[in-house]
Design a protein around this ligand. Sequence first.
Ligand SMILES: Cc1cc2nc3c(=O)[nH]c(=O)nc-3n(C[C@H](O)[C@H](O)[C@H](O)COP(=O)(O)OP(=O)(O)OC[C@H]3O[C@@H](n4cnc5c(N)ncnc54)[C@H](O)[C@@H]3O)c2cc1C
Length: 371
Amino acid sequence: MLRNDVVILGAGPAGAIAALNLAASRQVLLVDRRVAPIQRIGESLPPAARRLLVDMGLWDAFLGQGHAMCHGNCSLWSGIAAERNFLTDPDGQGWHLDRARFESWLRGEAVNRGAALLTAGTVLSVTAIDEGWQLSLDTPAGKCALQARTLIDASGRAATLARILGARRRRHDKLVCVWLYGSDQNTLRDSRSYVEAAEHGWWYTASLPEQRRVLAFHTDSDLPVARALRSPGSLLEVAMNVTGLAAQLKSAGFVADAEIAFTAAHSATLEPVAGDRWCAAGDAAISFDPLSSQGLFNAMYTGLAAAEACDRRLSGDVAAFDEYIRGLRRIETAYFGHLDFWYGQETRWQESAFWHRRQHAGTNASVALAN
Ligand SMILES: Cc1cc2nc3c(=O)[nH]c(=O)nc-3n(C[C@H](O)[C@H](O)[C@H](O)COP(=O)(O)OP(=O)(O)OC[C@H]3O[C@@H](n4cnc5c(N)ncnc54)[C@H](O)[C@@H]3O)c2cc1C
């Protein structure tokens, strides 16, 4: 039977980064249900990500990937127009990624450093055995059994492995995102991200590599607007009536040219985030509201931290995962504090269910829903 030191479920940013950090010294198997990453929303990488990429020896290769630089953020929030220019950031500019290219590259780096990659596969069952786990995987060649001394769940919002192991995922709100891709016809590119609050949610637009642009609206899944905006025509029509946003789209010469897409975007936490010989990283451990723009950074950071915790546990340190749990709790506390602060700043629509929920319960205090 195939024996691994670490099996990682999910080869997104968190899983690939955990794999590439473990591969030099441990036998690692990275499993993903997709043969190749798909293009999807989630492209803003903050300047601080540079530090992680430098530490992992990935910075020069990252620069060669052709992602678009992002020189700042603009917002119209609480009726106040504001701008943050990354020229004053000690880490330099941020990035607007070609998301599929970024993920393919990270997968490739993990394989180059010695990790084995299995696609399109998933886990069917997990059983605790002496010194680790026995897994049954579903693979293109059929079912296969293998053993692992430790496990990392990096399967994103699904948290598939953690749930099999009995962990509970808790949703803290009902946020969803409706988005649309298109092209920027104006060759003079505005590299900044743009966020604008509206009565039933908030808008986002950003330029992408190769003269592309994304337009997105975030609201709660149970509000009428969530259904009403699920056609390209109506999303664009409403966007063109939102003061600041319309100016951004017009100045970019935005022309929508893709199908509308819809995805969950709520905050969620996992309880517990680790146990004896396993841990969750990235969105599987804690999923961020896109307003924070911190999901990718968190996936990279916790992917690295999960790799370190596994390595220590494999070397006999039984406290490794307890420390990992404490680190995740600190991230959670800081995240919900910031989120409640920013939603609390927007007080123009007291009658709107979207804002009322966030201002009166707070995102963290709201009733947690079993997911
Ligand atoms: C609308 C929206 C906008 C966002 N915008 C931004 C942004 O601008 N900036 C930012 O930093 N973050 C953003 N995020 C968050 C960011 O996309 C996530 O935090 C990030 O993708 C988390 O990475 P991950 O590796 O943990 O999970 P994922 O990227 O979800 O990767 C999980 C991987 O696991 C695989 N997988 C899932 N289930 C299984 C299974 N059962 N078996 C095998 N494989 C499986 C998937 O195929 C995937 O490859 C946004 C999120 C949303 C919803």
